[in-house]
Ligand binder design. Structure first.
Ligand SMILES: *Cc1c(COP(=O)(O)O)cnc(C)c1O
Length: 334
């Protein structure tokens, strides 16, 4: 029995086509700027998202860190969601390594930050305060898509106040596919964007940071400093290129599977939050450990949390989703 792993969309195996593309990639030393696939991935994604340049990095965490450090200096401040990955789940890297002060704000139910609160949090030019330099948004945010009008309003606000606007677009393509738009329609509002290749896109490793030539030059220097300069990284970049060419549109299947899962669980009486993309949040309360063990005994890997997150991805089929629905129904009848 193959496991059905719903803990995250990071758990995917490279597809057959992706493995072939990886094996065939010609390699060079990327620290010398000589790896063909890395160079192609960086310029290709930058072009697709409307930026001058891209930078291939080992992880989304490093991508966000380099963006924050390239936008902000020591003693500068960035405004960010209390529940945002860059603030909550990256080891405080911007503070530890960049001496950048976060100004966290509560994230609203729709995944956005209240722009009135953002404006109020921007510090006046006064030596008592840190210099507010940047607003960082996340899209999708816990599976929720930020509306285009909101992005436009955030862009206007940051421009008016001379702030830069960064997008943690780990799941940018989930948002674009769900909105039915070209990803550029989302990224056009931002000064920099970080995209994960290793989430729903199905590559084994890597993220790309996109921005102006100046910003990427600073980020490239910082990448070397934090040990992210990779050598013959072309096999990983080839996986990323393959994902961008062949595994974007199929994200719609993951979204359909997430809806199917949510509907099935609701039919068994579970309290399921509305689903927009590939994440399903269910209130399971204190039965979370029992549920995790019950599911594990039936080949389903879950996280254990009172507000349980399940993530659909390319290695979970429709038939497997139906299996999961049945297992949850059995558990609820116990
Ligand atoms: C996964 C993720 C990251 C970080 O990516 P890693 O490659 O795991 O470091 C950043 N932001 C968001 C929203 C993510 O989901």
């Amino acid at each position: 029995m193959t496991d059905i792993d719903l803990r995250s969309d990071t758990v995917t195996q490279p597809s057959v086509g992706m493995r072939e593309a990886m094996v065939q990639a010609p390699l060079g030393d990327d620290v010398y700027g000589e790896d063909p696939a890395v160079n192609r991935l960086e310029s290709e994604l930058a072009l697709r998202l409307g930026f001058a340049e891209g930078l291939f990095v080992p992880s989304g965490t490093m991508s966000n860190l380099l963006a924050l450090m390239a936008h902000c200096g020591r003693g500068d401040e960035y405004i960010v969601g209390q529940q945002a990955h860059t603030y909550k789940y990256e080891g405080g890297g911007a503070a530890v390594l960049g001496s950048i002060q976060p100004q966290p704000l509560e994230v609203l139910a729709d995944g956005s930050l209240d722009l009135g609160q953002v404006a109020a949090a921007i510090k006046p030019d006064d030596f008592h305060f840190a210099r507010t330099r940047l607003l960082a948004l996340e899209n999708t945010m816990q599976g929720k898509v930020l509306p285009a009008e909101y992005l436009a309003a955030a862009s206007r606000l940051t421009r008016e106040h001379g702030l830069a606007l960064h997008l943690d677009g780990a799941r940018l393509y989930n948002a674009a596919v769900e909105m039915g738009v070209d990803a550029k329609e989302i990224t056009r509002y931002f000064d920099s964007v970080s995209v994960c290749l290793s989430k729903g896109l199905g590559a084994p490793v890597g993220s790309v940071l996109c921005g102006t030539a100046d910003l990427i030059a600073r980020a490239r220097r910082l990448r070397k400093m934090v040990g992210g300069g990779m050598r013959q990284a072309g096999q990983l970049a080839a996986a990323g290129l393959y994902a961008l060419d062949h595994q974007v549109e199929r994200l719609a299947d993951d979204h359909a599977h997430a809806r199917l899962l949510a509907d099935g669980l609701r039919a068994s009486g579970y309290a399921v939050e509305p689903v927009q993309t590939n994440m399903v949040y269910v209130q399971v309360g204190e039965r979370c450990d029992a549920l995790k063990a019950f599911a594990a005994a039936r080949g389903i890997r879950l996280s254990a949390a009172a507000r349980l997150r399940m993530v659909t991805h390319m290695d979970v089929s429709r038939a497997q989703i139906e299996q999961v629905v049945d297992v949850f129904a059995d558990f609820s009848r116990q």
